[in-house]
Design a binder for this molecule. Sequence first.
Ligand code: PGA
Length: 314
Amino acid sequence: MNESAPPGLDRAPRATLVQLRSFEAVVRLGAVGRAALALNLAQPTVSTQIKELAAATGLALLQPQGRGLVATPQGERLAAAARTMFAAWQQFEDDIAELQGLKRGRLRLAAVTTTEYFLPDLLGPFARAHPGIQIELAVENRDAVVARLASGSDELAAMMLPPEHLPLHRWPFLSNPLVAVAALGHPLAGRKRLALAQLLDQPLLVREAGSGTRLALERLLAERQLHWPPRMALGSNEAIKHAVRAGLGLAVLSRHTLAADPARDGLAVLPVSGFPLRRMWHLVWRKDRALSLPARTLLADLRQQLQVRARPAV
Ligand code: PGA
């Protein structure tokens, strides 16, 4: 603790804030009458405050000029000091308002299903720091998240493939490698290297229509002009993992949906050339809506967390 008083505090100012406010207005507006009008005070009240201020400081603060008043050089200094004090007070009030804004409220977020494996972790520090903010995280597939963004029901959304038709800020915040998986023990799982074309005669398991993971694979196949029609569509990453493990086919999934060691789940990542597909997750928010204070604070918090994670360990 630093017990010595900061400079100036041991000499309490003899002027009051009310006097200073009137004085600053007289200097700025050049006349007592105009200052009184601006401050919604009676003219004699302002005159008295100016006289008391001159007495308290022992300085000649104003001098007549034409039909009005101007500050003396000492008066200019005092007006400048008063403006600094009022600016500091204003800053204090703004800070308090900001803090109040984080005391209570609601923050609506949407995220694609693949982010559920890590997003709650990333939200942890913000949630702990702001217990009064109720967080609602909707977890849906890409098409549903796009629809929510279009209707404006959420402030922030996390997704791999942001839509082009909405005015969005995009922050690519984390990599989302997509990998091809097979059941552990699948004949292809033992290979050293595979071309994507070598997978095409295997049954393909995909997510439901509307999934971004499925869309990313479809785009890749279209780009490479490969034909790999889905054998089965399943409504979640977990269902796909179970089906792959049961030997029903192969799938392309986000690496984040798998355990650190996929073998523990009975799965193997296939060494397909060109894979993992390097994709990113984006945090997006609408350009045509102002973000709430909780949303801005969460963004700042995530930026900081990800910066710290990106820093090499020493
Ligand atoms: P989804 O997620 O497959 O659950 O739609 C895709 C994405 O990462 O954007």
